[in-house]
Design a protein around this ligand. Structure first.
Ligand code: CNA
Length: 248
């Protein structure tokens, strides 16, 4: 039996699958990740500060103007569309197999692909709020502001994105851990598993069907029951082909 067929069978036999993913899920939608060779962290254009520094809370407070220059240039991809990986997860949700997508992504592509239960551990570029009066603003406000986006009240608008040095939302943490604890199959994909605390959540999985699909090796490969070092969109296409053959 091929690996894809074996995974297809596991999926067909389960109704409690949880997906945990990251930036690699969206590279096929032309959004660069952080840590691939052609990712943002290897972009030689960032000379003065590293992306980790720029995307930190203290940098946002001290150098808001420079933060926004980088953020608007490198983090916003309004025209990006979901790729096969997003669509396959929606299909599994519609088949009542997938319980939730837990993502570190901030690009809204799972929602655009119509997955309903999405936990955005690191927030979303589409939500923004005034740091003074908490008024909500959409992405257009950020994109259409020259320099630092300001609220009507004069306050600075901040993206609802979890920056380095900032904590995750407690309800999201609890819900994500509960889903992972109770999952039959945990599919992890497109993440270097190097950003904490998010990466630590996979430790709560108790089953023996942890799949890890990532182009490059990760520090946590040894925790997975099945590791596939390949593109996740292609992997899901192959699994889907096998699923359709098995259903026939
Ligand atoms: P990362 O650290 O950049 O790792 C991405 C991983 O995905 C790498 O190990 C790649 O090898 C792998 N990869 C790339 N393309 C594919 C593919 N097609 N199939 C399978 N694997 C692939 O990103 P993480 O998500 O692990 O790190 C967490 C950060 C990245 C979060 O805080 C995000 O907010 C942040 N981020 C998000 C986006 C987005 O929303 N699309 C883009 C860039 C960074």
């Amino acid at each position: 039996m091929s690996d894809y067929k074996m995974i297809a069978q596991l999926i067909l036999d389960s109704n409690n699958i949880v997906f945990f993913g990251g930036a690699g899920v969206s590279t096929a939608s032309n959004i660069p990740d952080f840590r691939s060779a052609d990712g943002l962290y290897n972009d030689k254009a960032n000379i003065n500060y590293s992306p980790e520094q720029i995307l930190s809370h203290s940098f946002f407070i001290r150098h808001t103007d420079d933060f926004y220059k980088f953020y608007k240039d490198k983090m916003i991809y309004q025209d990006a569309l979901p790729n096969y990986a997003h669509l396959f997860l929606t299909k599994l949700e519609n088949m009542n197999k997938l319980k939730a997508v837990i993502t570190q992504n901030i690009d809204n592509l799972h929602q655009l692909a119509k997955t309903k239960n999405v936990i955005e551990l690191h927030g979303s570029i589409y939500r923004n709020y005034c740091m003074k009066c908490h008024k909500f603003y959409d992405l257009d406000k950020i994109v259409n502001s020259n320099g630092i986006p300001l609220c009507e009240c004069g306050g600075i608008i901040k993206p609802d994105v979890v920056l380095y040095e900032e904590g995750l939302n407690n309800d999201d943490i609890e819900y994500a851990i509960k889903l992972i604890k109770e999952a039959d199959i945990l599919i992890i994909g497109g993440t270097s598993l190097s950003v904490y605390p998010a990466a630590s959540f996979i430790d709560f999985y108790r089953g023996n069907k942890m799949l890890l699909i990532n182009k490059e090796k990760t520090p946590l490969d040894n925790k997975a029951n099945y590791v596939f070092n390949e593109a996740i969109d292609v992997f899901f296409k192959n699994v889907n082909d096998e699923m359709e053959m098995l259903i026939k």
